[in-house]
Design a protein around this ligand. Structure first.
Ligand code: M6R
Length: 595
C-alpha cells in the first residue's frame, strides 16, 4: 500500500515527473497525496483525496530533487496533515514512507520528551524527526538517515530529502523500491510504471540496501555503507501498456487485453503437436505434494491450481496466505509451496512463503512482476506474463494465473496426456476474443443492476470462478455478493435467495457436475430467483435461466477462464451503471503490503 516516487536531476519538470508518477502509482493507495521539492529550501504540498486535488493545489513548485507519495491510510484518517511527505520541526527534512513502523509509539514518546512536536497521527512522522536530531549533532545527511533507519522496527520503503542537499536517500525493508536509471536523471518508485515513461532501465533494491540518487547518478550501498555492484535490468513493459488507450477504465482495457496476455503466457512454453510443456524455471520439478498460498483473486486461482494438481495425482491444497502460518498444515520433505501473487508484494503471501522457508520447503513464486519481492525470495519463479495491471480489480492476471497453473500441472503431471489440454489452451485467446466481441454481459448488467444481492454458484473448476465472480462484483459495485459451490447453497445460503437476488450459475459441458448444477438451478428457480446461466449450451441449464451468457465450448479445465470473463464484464457494467470508482474502489489498494 502507498506509492513512493522520487526524481533527481530534472530541474525543469521535477514536479510533472512526480505528479505523473503518482498517477501511475495511485492503484497502491489513493486517499491522500503529496510532494516535496528541494531547492535550497523545502516546498511541501499535500492534500487529502485523489491526486487530482493535489494537482490543483500544488502550483509551480520547482527544484532539482523531489519526492512524492500516494497514501492508503493505516495510522490516522486520510487528512491533509496525515498525508506524506512528513517533515521535521525545522521543516528542512521531508520523508515519504510505505509500510508500518511498529515501534513508532515508543520513538514518538522519546522524541516528544526531547521537545519534538508532531503534527500527524502517522507512524511515519517519527522518521524526519530522527533524521533532524542527527543533523543537529553535525552528522551528514547520509549518516543521519542511516542512523534514523537503524532505530526502526517494522516494514518500510523510505525516501528522504533535505532543503539543501541535491540527493534523495532511500532504503527498504519488506516494502518494494526500485531505482530507475535515466540518461541525465535518476528515479525512484514503489513500482516501475511510475517512471516507465522516462526509462526502462531499473535497479531493484534489496532489503537493507540504501540508494543515493543525484542528478544523473545513483549508487547503492549496503547497511555498512559499502558500495554495491548492482546490475541494471531492462523491463519489458512499455509505457503504452500502462496507459488507458481510449478505454474509459483500466479494468475494461485489461479485460480486453486477455487474449494477448494469454498468448504471452503460453509463448515458447508449450508444443501443441506433442502436448509437451517446457518451462525453463520449472525444470526438474517433481514435488511430492504442493501447497498454494495466496489472497483474494490469486487465492481463487490457487484453488483452481490445487484441484488441477490433485487431478494429476499430486496431493495439493490451497491456503489463504493470511491463515497459513496460524495453524501450519503438515508438509513433507519434497513438497513445493507456491505463492500465487500478481504483484509479488502482498505481505500476507510473502509472510506465508517465509514460513515455508523456515520449514525448509522449496518455494515457487507465480507472479506477474519481474523483480518483485516474491521472485527474489522464492527458489523458483513462474512468470504469468500478463503485462501491467493497473485497475485494482484483478482481471487479466487471474486468467494468466489459470494458464500458469496448467503449465505447472503439466510439468509435474502424473496423470493423463496433456495434448488435449494444451490444444485447448492454445485456442483460448481466440475464444476469449470471440466472447469479448459478442457478449450480452452489458444487457444482463442493465437488467439486474438493482439486485438486492447476488449469488454465484459452480462446481469443480467453476467453484473458484463462482468465488471470483462474487469478489469482482462486490469490490467494484459495493453490492453484496457471495460465491458458493453449487451443492452448498441448499445447506444454508438458500434462505437468502429471493426474487430480488439474481443467481449466476456456471455450467459447461454435460458431465455429472453440470447435471447436478442444473438441479441446483431448479432449486433457486423454484424460489423465484432470477437465474443467469453462464454456459456453453451443452447442458440444458439455459432452459431454466432468465438470461444466458454464452461461452465457447472447450476442455473442462479451460472453460472456467471463459466463464470468468463473462462475470468480469457483468461486474464492470453493473459498477459503471452505478457510477462507481471502478479502477479505484473505496477502501482498497492494488498491492496490499500490510498484514
Ligand atoms: O498481488 P496479489 O495477487 O498478491 O494480490 C492479492 C489480492 O489482494 C488481490 O488478488 C485482490 O483480491 C484483487 N485486487 C481483487 O480484485
Amino acid at each position: 500500500m502507498c506509492g513512493i516516487i522520487g526524481c533527481a536531476g530534472r530541474s525543469e519538470d521535477t514536479l510533472d515527473v512526480l505528479l505523473s508518477g503518482l498517477e501511475g502509482l495511485e492503484y497502491r493507495g489513493y486517499d491522500s497525496a503529496g510532494v516535496a521539492l528541494a531547492n535550497g529550501s523545502l516546498d511541501v504540498c499535500k492534500k487529502q483525496g485523489e491526486i487530482a486535488r493535489l494537482q490543483q493545489a500544488v502550483g509551480g513548485l520547482r527544484g532539482p530533487v523531489g519526492i512524492g507519495h500516494t497514501r492508503w491510510s493505516t495510522h490516522g484518517p486520510p487528512t491533509d496533515a496525515n498525508a506524506h511527505p512528513h517533515t521535521d520541526c525545522t521543516g528542512d527534512v521531508a520523508v515519504v514512507h510505505n509500510g508500518i513502523i511498529e515501534n513508532y509509539e515508543e520513538l514518538k514518546t522519546e522524541l516528544r520528551e526531547r521537545g519534538h512536536e508532531f503534527t500527524s497521527d502517522t507512524d511515519s512522522e517519527v522518521v524526519p524527526h530522527l533524521v533532524e536530531e542527527r543533523l543537529a549533532e553535525g552528522a551528514s545527511f547520509e549518516d543521519a538517515f542511516r542512523a534514523a533507519v537503524a532505530r526502526l522496527e517494522g516494514s518500510y520503503a523510505l525516501a528522504a530529502v533535505t532543503a539543501d542537499s541535491e540527493a534523495i536517500l532511500a532504503t527498504r525493508h519488506d516494502s518494494p523500491l526500485v531505482v530507475g536509471v535515466g540518461d541525465d536523471a535518476a528515479y525512484l518508485a514503489s513500482d516501475v510504471p511510475a517512471f516507465l515513461e522516462y526509462t526502462d532501465r531499473v535497479v531493484y533494491l534489496e532489503d537493507g540496501e540504501f540508494a543515493r540518487l543525484e542528478s544523473g547518478s545513483w549508487t547503492v550501498t549496503d547497511a555498512e555503507g559499502r558500495l554495491l555492484d548492482k546490475s541494471i535490468s531492462r523491463v519489458e513493459w512499455d509505457a503504452e501498456e500502462t496507459a488507458k488507450s481510449g478505454y474509459d477504465h483500466y479494468m475494461l482495457k485489461e479485460i480486453h487485453e486477455q487474449p494477448r496476455a494469454l498468448r504471452k503466457a503460453l509463448r515458447g512454453r508449450v508444443d501443441e503437436m506433442t502436448g509437451s510443456v517446457d518451462v525453463e524455471s520449472l525444470a526438474g520439478l517433481s514435488p511430492s505434494s504442493v501447497q498454494f498460498v495466496a489472497c483474494g483473486t490469486s487465492y481463487h486461482a490457487a484453488l483452481y491450481g490445487a484441484q488441477l494438481l490433485r487431478e494429476e495425482g499430486v496431493p495439493a491444497q490451497a491456503f489463504l496466505a493470511s491463515e497459513y502460518a496460524t495453524a501450519p498444515a503438515p508438509v513433507d520433505d519434497d513438497a513445493l509451496v507456491v505463492g500465487v501473487t500478481q504483484s509479488g508484494e502482498t505481505a500476507d503471501t510473502l509472510s506465508a512463503l517465509r514460513e515455508a522457508h523456515r520449514r525448509d520447503v522449496e518455494t515457487l513464486a507465480m507472479t506477474n512482476v519481474v523483480g518483485s519481492t516474491a521472485t527474489r525470495e522464492c527458489d523458483r519463479t513462474l512468470l504469468i506474463r500478463a503485462g501491467p495491471e493497473i485497475g485494482v480489480a484483478a482481471t487479466k492476471t487471474f486468467s494468466s494465473q489459470v494458464v500458469a497453473c496448467n503449465l505447472l500441472a503439466s510439468t509435474v503431471a502424473r496423470g493423463e496426456d496433456a495434448r488435449e489440454v494444451v490444444g485447448a489452451l492454445r485456442d483460448l485467446p481466440g475464444q476469449v476474443q470471440e466472447l469479448l466481441d459478442d457478449s450480452r454481459a452489458e444487457q444482463v448488467a442493465d437488467r439486474f443492476v438493482d439486485g438486492a444481492g447476488y449469488f454465484f454458484i459452480g462446481r469443480g473448476y467453476h467453484h473458484p470462478v463462482a468465488l471470483e465472480g462474487a469478489l469482482k462484483l462486490k469490490e467494484i459495485t459495493y453490492k453484496h455478493a457471495e460465491g458458493f459451490p453449487a451443492g452448498e447453497l441448499k445447506h444454508g445460503p438458500l434462505a437468502l435467495v429471493t426474487d430480488e437476488t439474481p443467481v449466476f450459475a456456471l455450467a459447461t459441458g454435460d458431465d455429472e457436475q453440470a447435471t447436478k448444477t442444473v438441479g441446483n438451478v431448479k432449486e433457486v428457480e423454484a424460489r423465484d430467483a432470477p437465474v443467469v446461466a453462464v454456459t456453453d449450451g451443452v447442458s440444458d441449464v439455459g432452459r431454466y435461466a432468465d438470461e444466458v451468457l454464452r461461452v465457447p465450448e472447450t476442455h473442462p479445465r479451460v472453460a472456467p477462464v471463459l466463464a470468468n470473463v463473462q462475470l468480469q464484464l457483468v461486474a464492470y457494467h453493473v459498477a459503471n451503471r452505478l457510477g462507481r470508482s471502478i479502477d479505484k474502489p473505496r477502501n482498497l489498494a492494488k498491492s496490499v503490503t500490510v498484514e
